[in-house]
Each structure stands twice: as C-alpha cells, then as structure tokens.
Design a protein around this ligand. Structure first.
Ligand SMILES: NC(=O)c1ccc[n+]([C@@H]2O[C@H](COP(=O)([O-])OP(=O)(O)OC[C@H]3O[C@@H](n4cnc5c(N)ncnc54)[C@H](O)[C@@H]3O)[C@@H](O)[C@H]2O)c1
Ligand SMILES: O=C(O)[C@H](O)COP(=O)(O)O
Length: 616
C-alpha cells in the first residue's frame, strides 16, 4: 500500500454539514471542536445547541475550529414544581428559567414547545402528549427526585429526549420519614395529637406497641430501604428484607437477612415498602397478599401509593388483619377528600413528605440542576434514566472512537446503491481489552446515527439510537475480536459491514458481498483504513473521493491536477492496491465539495474504473 500525504494533517474541524446542522438553533455558550472534540458530539449537536436564532461566527484557533454563538440567546428551562434556591441559581447562570408551578396539562403542553428542558417533582405528569407538544425542542426532562413513574419514559426515548433524575439527595430524608412514621404509628402520635387538640385526654385509648425486638420486613432493599434497615436496627428491631435484585452481601454487611416475599410478609410485625412502582410491583399488596401476613401487622409506605391495592388495605384494616398503616404516598395524589383510607382511624397519613426536608430539597435541586445543565451542554449525565450511563473517564477515552464510529456509519450508508434497503449491520471491534472493560454502547449508537441520519429526517442520539434502529428494521449485531496488543488502547479498529446490499462503488464489497469499511484512530484522529478488500489510509475529515483505477504511473498527479484547477483543496491522498500494475483504490480527502463537472472529469480519466464522492 502506498500512502501519499499531499498536505499536513489538520485536526478535526467543523464540516459544512455540521455548520448547517447548527442552523435552526442558537446557543447559550460556545461549542468548540478541538482535537478531542466536545462531548456535544456524543448526544448530537442538536441536544447541545438548543435555541432558535442562528448566529455563528467561525474563527480558527490553533489547529482546531471554534464556533461561537454571537447571539446572547440562552436555553430555556421550565421549572414546573418548587425547586430549591441553590438549584435555581445554578440554572439561572446558564439558562432562562421559567418557574411556573401548578400548570394544568394543557398549559404545560402549550409552554413546552418553547423549552429546552423541563424540571419536575412527582406532581407533574410528563405524558406522551407533552413530548409530542414539544415538537422536538425538549432535550431533557429532569426529575428532581428518585421516582420517575410520572414520566413516560418510552415516549421520551422515542422523541430522543433524555430523562435524568436526582437519585441520591433525598435518600436519607425518605428513610428518616419512614422511621418517623414507624415510630409515630406505633405510639399513635398523630391520633393522640388530634384528640388532645379536640379537647380530650385519652391516655388509655392510645396505648401503643413497642418496637424493640419486633421484626421489620423491608420490602425493596435499595438506597432508602437499606437506610431504613440500618436505623431500625439501631432501635433494636430484628430486620429482614426482600428484594429479588439486591446483593446478599450488601444486606449481610448491615446484619440483614434477605428472604423470599412470602417469608418476609408472614414473619413481619412491621412491613416497610421501598420498591419502585413498576408494572410488576403495581398492587403487589392486595387481598391475596394480606391473606398471608401475620395478623395485626403494621404497614409503612413511603415508596409509591400504587404498590398497594388501597381498597384491599381498607378491608384488611377493617377486619383487623392489618392493625395500622402509615402512608406518605397514594395511588392518586392528592387523594380524594372522602378517601376511606385517609380518613381511617387506624391510618396515619402525610402528604408525600418523604423528600421534604430543607437539606434534601437543597441537595436534590443542585443534583438535578447540574444534571440538566450537563445534558444541555451535550454531556452524558451520570443519572440518565433512559440512556446508557457512561462514566466521564470512559467517555473521554472513547471520544475519538465515537467520531470514528459515526463517520464509518456515514461512509458505509453512502456506499449503498439506492433502493437496495439496509437490513443487517455488523460491527466488529478489534481490541486487546477484556469485553467487560470496553463499553461499546455509545459506539453502536453513533454508528446507528451515522447510518440513519444521512438517509432520513430522523434525529438520532444516544437516547433513541437503539429504538430508532429497531423502528426502521435495522438489525445491528456486534462482534469482538481479540487483538494481541496493549489494553491501554481501547480499540485497534472498528469495522462496519452492511449485509445484503448493492453498492454504488463495487470495490467497497468484501468477498462475502457486504459493504465493508474499517477505521482506526491514529494520534487521536479517526482514519479510514479499509474499503472492501483494499487497504487505504486517509484521515476522516472533510469529504472523500474514492476511485478504483488501473494501477499505473501518473494517476495521483492527474486527479490532483483536475481538483487543483477547480481550487479544491486536497488534505490527504492514499492508494491501496491488490498487486503492482493491477487494480488500486485511491482515497482522496478534500476540504471542499467538487462540483459535478469536476467529478465527471475525474470519472472520464480512462484508467478510472469507478469512483464515488462521499460527504462526511
Ligand atoms: N416518599 C417520598 O418522598 C420518597 C422519597 C424518596 C424515594 N421514594 C420512593 O422510594 C422508592 C425507593 O427509592 P430508592 O431511592 O431506594 O430506590 P432504589 O432504586 O435505590 O431501590 C429500589 C429497590 O427496590 C427493589 N425492587 C424492585 N422490584 C422489587 C420487588 N418486586 N420486590 C422487592 N424489591 C424490589 C430494587 O431491586 C431496588 O433495590 C421509590 O419508589 C422512590 O420513588 C419516595
Ligand atoms: O421519588 C421521590 O424522589 C420522592 O417521592 C419525592 O418526590 P417529590 O420530589 O415530589 O417530593
């Protein structure tokens, strides 16, 4: 293989396509492309650049290109429920913040198309209608808390909208509230308080039960459940837990035994609920379940109202199966004023106060503001709910491979002859890493983006890549090949194969008849290294002309002259051949897009057998 560098390499610069993709948006800050590129590329520029007025100036800085928004336009964040001041302050430093609380569903739908981000707590239903009404502008929904059962995740994913939550800042508050309800229920604090305020002194009526030595079953041994368990042990309780997905050693470490569902509910004097509301936990506590509990059990729920069949609970309270219940959450919030459950004398209630401490709300507000700002900047949030969580260090290591992956997808799809329809995509990663040490989800998403975006109006990002591929009937399979090299480098090469398609450039077909392109990262720059069965070596910047020719002297000069005459700048040229004087492939990287006449002239060179122009 001969490789001729016609010009020194440039670091990746924003292409014409990228610049034009910025057009419908303006931005709060600047987006810069340097050798490693900004993380905005991972989620797609449209996620990073949310606003409307296009007003960019280009200026070269060192070896990269920087694009800055000349307009002072900023993204808009709609805060639909009360959020702590510290979080609001952070948001205001970056975006226009509209705090509009208690919006009716139609008011939310009316506002949302003007917003780039929406922040809610548990009181706002973010339905499919909201995503549809957003008309593609909404880039991120931030749930200032843990439970995301009020957000239609499927609709968010289909619309390429990232959902992030604040999963840790209210854990202790919720656990403390669970313990507060446990203790106050056992000692009838709320009932006795109401009675005294009604002028009564009922010491005999409000005899309670002790906690020490009693068995508490923690149902759902996650963040809140394990904190409740820890505290209950401090109160001298015997704690068991049921959680089908919790590791036994985590439970053992705090002296808690993990048991089956039936064992837990039949042994417990107190049952505390801490699982999420999902299709499999909805109404998990029902008539059938209450039939198995120890008679006179007491139940605490600071998880979600929907995990209990509330009518069944009223029946169980009425017949004494359940002695008392303490509830912070309800199937419908707020519950109806005449709710039998809320009004039941054996029930202690609070209006979803689990997360409502000053400390927790400050923490949640900061956690969600940071996640939303990060997402608007195009970074992958560590608390993403509907996208793969890729740690920052992994992202930065994979940055050039992410660009390579998208470009290979873009190249491969442009080699398909119209009408042949792509079905199967195979990606082969060659790496010295153990498969567990190489997270390819983001690479797969970017290949999908590269394949789908040039042939459709769909905007693909890491959130909706798998969904969009499935929608289009695109099957993407991945294969790892072990490469005997240093595992310091995450990948040796990425190969993209499109099966069962015809190519407009027959030389791109492998012996098996698949379109095949392979690339590597060299000095941080993505390179194309294989087309069909031909080795080449060309940096993936700007545009590419691929020619198959009879290998003979003067070809490089001939094509170079035609391009030069039209003032088309060549940034790289590489020739790969099967054998001297047989067939060769010439890959030419060009900064500008040659006009049709120029391309025709190249095609008319007698030794050129086929050629194709590819925009990257
Ligand atoms: N009342 C409040 O204000 C308040 C505050 C915080 C959290 N919450 C709610 O508490 C719940 C727990 O929050 P978290 O932060 O601990 O979440 P988490 O994800 O850390 O823990 C949930 C646990 O439930 C387990 N689980 C799932 N399905 C289960 C099942 N069928 N049976 C038993 N366990 C199951 C999971 O394995 C996980 O360990 C959530 O519903 C959350 O919305 C309420
Ligand atoms: O899931 C949660 O984080 C809690 O239920 C808190 O909800 P809230 O933010 O509406 O108080």
């Amino acid at each position: 293989m001969a490789s001729v560098a016609a010009k020194p390499l440039h670091l990746p610069a924003a292409t014409t396509a990228e610049l034009s993709s910025l057009a419908p948006y303006s931005t709060a800050a600047s987006v810069s492309f340097s050798s490693a590129r900004s993380q905005s590329s991972f989620l797609g520029l449209r996620l990073a650049l949310p606003l409307k007025t296009p007003c960019f100036r280009k200026r070269t800085e060192g070896r990269g290109l920087r694009i800055e928004a000349a307009a002072a336009a900023r993204p808009t964040v709609l805060v639909a429920e009360k959020l702590g001041d510290a979080g609001l302050e952070l948001l205001r430093g970056f975006a226009n913040v509209d705090c509009s609380y208690n919006l009716a569903p139609e008011e939310l739908c009316a506002k949302i198309s003007l917003c780039d981000a929406l922040i809610v707590r548990s009181g706002t239903k973010v339905t499919r209608e909201v995503f549809e009404a957003a008309k593609g502008r909404l880039k991120v929904v931030g749930r200032a808390g843990v439970g995301i059962d009020n957000v239609d995740l499927q609709a968010a994913t289909e619309h390429g909208c990232l959902v992030v939550n604040a999963p840790t800042a209210n854990t202790v508050a919720a656990a403390e509230h669970g313990i507060a309800l446990l203790a106050s229920m056992a000692r009838n604090v709320a009932q006795a308080d109401a009675s005294m305020k009604a002028g009564k002194w009922q010491r005999n009526k409000y005899v309670g039960v002790s906690l020490v030595g009693k068995t508490l079953a923690v149902m759902g041994f996650g963040k809140v459940g394990s904190e409740v368990a820890r505290r209950a042990k401090g109160l001298g309780m015997h704690v068991i837990a049921h959680d089908p997905y919790a590791p036994a050693d985590r439970a053992r470490a705090i002296g808690v035994e993990l048991v089956s569902f039936d064992e837990a509910i039949s042994a417990a004097d107190f049952i505390s609920l801490h699982m999420p509301l999902t299709p499999s936990t909805a109404k998990l506590f029902n008539d059938e379940t209450f039939a198995k509990v120890k008679k006179g059990v007491r139940i605490i729920n600071v998880a979600r109202g929907g995990v209990i069949d509330e009518d069944a609970l009223v029946r169980a309270l009425d017949d004494g199966t359940v002695a008392q219940a303490a509830l912070d959450v309800f199937t419908v919030e707020p519950p109806p004023k005449d709710s039998k459950l809320v009004m039941h004398e054996k029930v202690t209630v609070t209006p979803h106060l689990g997360a409502s401490t000053v400390e927790a709300q400050e923490g949640v507000a900061i956690e969600i503001a940071e996640a939303v700002i990060g997402a608007l900047k195009g970074e992958l949030a560590a608390t993403a709910v509907n996208a793969p969580m890729v740690p920052a260090e992994v992202l930065s290591e994979l940055a050039p491979y992410v660009i390579l992956a998208e470009k290979l997808g873009r190249l491969a799809v442009q080699l398909v002859a119209g009408g042949s329809g792509i079905k199967g995509v195979k990606v082969v990663y060659k790496s010295a890493r153990d498969p567990d040490d190489l997270d390819t989800r983001i690479l797969r998403a970017m290949i999908t983006k590269g394949i789908i975006e040039p042939i459709s109006s769909v905007f693909v990002n890491i959130v909706n890549a798998d969904y969009t591929a499935k929608q289009r009937g695109l099957r993407i399979s991945e294969e790892r090949i072990f490469h005997d090299d240093t595992p310091e480098i995450p990948l040796d090469s990425i190969q993209v194969q499109l099966s069962n398609v015809e190519s407009k450039f027959a030389s791109a077909l492998s012996d098996a008849g698949d379109i095949r392109v392979e690339g590597r990262v060299k000095d941080g720059i993505p390179h194309l290294t294989l087309v069909g069965s031909f080795s080449v070596d060309v940096s993936l910047e700007g545009n590419l002309i691929l020619c198959r020719q009879v290998d003979q002297p003067g070809m490089i000069g001939h094509v170079g002259r035609i391009l030069g005459n039209q003032n088309v700048n060549i940034n790289f040229m590489s020739v790969g051949r099967t054998a001297p004087r047989k067939h060769a492939i010439m890959a030419i990287g060009v900064d500008e897009e040659p006009d049709k006449e120029t391309l025709k002239e190249i095609g008319e060179i007698p030794a050129i057998e086929e050629f194709v122009f590819l925009g990257l």
